[in-house]
Design a protein around this ligand. Structure first.
Ligand SMILES: *Cc1c(COP(=O)(O)O)cnc(C)c1O
Length: 235
């Protein structure tokens, strides 16, 4: 007999958490796990939430809000939502209302849009600046030298809270090369922390490389496949 889906979800979560904790202990930093639920249905999210997972990452604003409505209707506990996909300006208002974190802020134009749309009664929106650390062809992420200016803009808005940096380094086959990108991020993160006391989060590392990222100073990892299994190709 196959184990029920709930038992599979719990087994995967426990296995990933154990790996995260081991790597975090070696690195001497606490690390938070964000479960990346893009293309997974509300039921899969509810299963992990029932095992105690609170933070979920989504790439698409509308997919996320639809899932949130479904979970709320089903009486799921309050979860913490992270936007980790590229953010179009015309989705900034929805993002500011329906997420707790935006990890993919990468240009100045988004800052006043998010700040203005964040509801007054809500806690400040946690913001990470996404940095294009090694892939000049990629359109997501700002250049490393744009970080200080963007950080200043974010920090000037009371409805936003600058928490740190996010990156998706190219998954180079050579671990030493991957490690270089993570190490560059660590350097940028350290400099940013010297300028802004609210900075405490370096989000990097996915299913294939989160242990390497933690060894280079990640404080938050975004894991999908290792938690949910292979993704359906579309929501
Ligand atoms: C999809 C995605 C992840 C998770 O990737 P896995 O390899 O499935 O762990 C993490 N971060 C971002 C930005 C993603 O788009």
């Amino acid at each position: 007999m196959n184990p029920p889906d709930d038992a599979i979800a719990r087994g995967r979560l426990d296995a990933v958490l154990a790996r995260v904790e081991r790597a975090a202990k070696d690195a001497g930093t606490p690390v938070r796990l964000v479960a990346v639920s893009k293309f997974q249905d509300a039921k899969a999210v509810a299963q992990l939430a029932a095992c105690g997972q609170i933070a979920f990452g989504e790439n698409y604003v509308q997919e996320a809000t639809a899932k949130q409505r479904e979970l709320e209707a089903a009486g799921a506990p309050k979860l913490e939502w992270h936007l980790i996909g590229p953010l179009q300006s015309n989705k900034a208002e929805l993002a500011a209302r329906h997420f707790d974190w935006v990890q993919s802020l990468d240009r100045a134009k988004l800052v006043p849009l998010l700040a203005k749309a964040r509801p007054a009664q809500a806690a400040p929106l946690n913001v990470l600046i996404q940095v294009n650390i090694d892939d000049e062809a990629s359109k997501s992420g700002c250049a490393p030298d744009q970080v200080p200016e963007l950080a200043k803009l974010i920090a000037a808005h009371p409805s936003l809270m600058l928490r740190g940096l996010m990156a998706i380094p190219t998954p180079l086959p050579d671990p030493a090369k991957r490690r270089e990108a993570f190490a560059k991020m660590r350097g940028l993160f350290h400099s940013l922390g010297c300028e802004h006391s609210t900075v405490d989060t370096l989000s990097m590392g996915m299913s294939d490389d989160f242990e390497l990222a933690i060894a280079e100073g990640a404080t938050m990892v975004r894991v999908g496949t290792a938690l949910f299994g292979a993704r359906p190709s579309k929501a």
